[in-house]
Design a binder for this molecule. Structure first.
Ligand SMILES: [Zn+2]
Length: 438
């Protein structure tokens, strides 16, 4: 639906990447090696002379040390010449043998080595469990603003990717369960091993986990397969309530913003994520549980806000975080009735729409401004537009950017089209700023 309406991604390249990956794990799922190829087009107006592979898994460790190299490495590049690493070894340039003209397609390939770091993290370990979020190399984006080679700033997300297709075969010990992005099937491999194959279309990233999870499967009334995975110290009651919440939310969010298009979602839950919080990936959420709350709805809402409706998460993190928070509020019946009373601005530089550059240097404002104040902007906008008009606007906004990329300016246009009220003062008061607006 609307796949070619990707307004914000027009002119972005490498276009429509298709990844084909085969990785083999060691006995504990700590080390994965294999081959990745990616075929891409050039739907921009300019030749493409190079591509950049982002190794986001090196975001924390950078280039490592002689004793402990970077966790994610690529080698034996084909289809181009491997150039220098940059951005603390989180980007590798591949120079194409000849400029790829507009309309052309090309393929690059490389060997991949991934060592899961020994820390509790979305790319890390917890006991016998391994989490491989942001571990698989993906292509950087070039758009009207040039190449996006932003750093990992250690909070939030810096990622900006285009909707891509993935075919990933993961060969692992049969004792490990492997939740993953996409629709998964398993078949026996050689000598006590299993091959989990995952197909995912029009997603922006690919993540997986491996470990002695317990698991269950349910189908939502709307027809989405919800696979649950949990660590064995998760209380049964928490597992049951998280699963019910996921089943309910995936349909409810679909009713509001457009049906969940991927057919399957995996929810990995654990009380052990509490110190690191929850995290979203396409078709896979890692959700911290405790006795009172979970991030399930928020993380599933990210399937729409960043996943289906993409954004440059470095430039405009509010387009995913504020929207996921607001979506969570809607599902739990919180209309932010008095949220504006609690919105505080410390100084003139504070704005919901600031980039990760700002939040990197100004950590304390991150959750207050982007999650709380940002959601309150949307609650206040709902009060200006009216509930039904707001709901219709969001549904249309999602449809217009389905599998594409949106910007703050495009969201402002969508909102303005839904009301005769001039929203200029609203944006100013709520500190929704674009590059050109005050
Ligand atoms: Zn979030």
């Amino acid at each position: 639906m609307g796949a070619e309406r990707a307004a914000g991604a027009v002119g972005a390249a490498p276009s429509q990447p298709a990844y084909d990956v085969a990785l083999r794990a060691d006995a504990t799922g700590s080390h994965w090696t294999g081959r990745e190829t990616v075929t891409f087009g050039n739907l921009s107006a300019r030749p493409l002379r190079e591509v950049y592979v982002r190794l986001w898994g090196n975001g924390t460790d950078g280039c490592g040390t002689p004793q402990t190299p970077s966790p994610v490495r690529i080698s034996r590049v084909t289809g181009g010449v491997q150039g220098a690493s940059s951005v603390r070894c989180s980007a590798v340039r591949i120079v194409l043998p000849a400029p790829l003209p507009p309309g052309g397609r090309a393929t690059v390939g490389f060997d991949v080595s991934i060592t899961v770091p020994d820390r509790l993290h979305r790319f890390g370990r917890d006991g016998a469990h391994r989490y491989l979020g942001n571990a698989l190399p993906v292509l950087a984006v070039r758009d009207a603003g040039g190449w996006h080679l932003d750093p990992d700033v250690g909070r939030g997300e810096s990622y900006y990717t285009l909707a891509s297709d993935f075919l990933v075969a993961l060969d692992h010990p049969a004792a490990l369960k492997v939740p993953a992005t996409g629709t998964t099937t398993t078949r026996p491999g050689a000598h006590g091993r299993t091959v989990t194959t995952s197909v995912a279309r029009r997603v922006r990233d690919f993540a997986w986990a491996a470990g002695p999870f317990r698991s269950g499967v349910a189908t939502s009334p709307g027809g989405v397969t919800v696979r649950s995975y949990w660590t064995d110290d998760t209380p049964d009651a928490w597992v049951a309530s998280a699963r019910a919440e996921a089943v309910r939310a995936i349909d409810d969010l679909g009713d509001r913003f457009g049906r969940y298009p991927y057919g399957e979602v995996d929810a990995v839950v654990s009380p052990r994520f509490a110190p690191i919080g929850s995290m979203e990936f396409p078709g896979l959420v890692l959700v911290a549980l405790d006795e009172t709350a979970s991030g399930m709805i928020h993380e599933l809402a990210h399937q729409w806000w960043y996943g289906i409706v993409g954004n440059d998460e470095y430039a405009s993190p509010w387009l995913d975080e504020s929207f996921a928070t607001y979506s969570n509020d809607l599902l739990i019946g919180d209309h932010g009735a008095s949220c504006a009373q609690d919105v505080v601005w410390e100084d003139d530089t504070e704005a919901v729409t600031n980039s990760m550059d700002y939040w990197a240097a100004y950590g304390p404002g991150w959750s207050r401004l982007v999650y709380f104040n940002g959601a309150c902007v949307l609650h206040d906008l709902e009060r200006v537009l009216g509930g039904p008009a707001m709901a219709a606007m969001l549904k249309r906004y999602a449809r217009d950017h389905w599998y594409g990329v949106s910007t703050t300016a495009e969201f402002q246009q969508a909102a303005q089209a839904a009301t005769p009220t001039d929203l200029t003062p609203f944006w100013r008061e709520h500190r929704i700023r674009t590059g050109t607006a005050p």
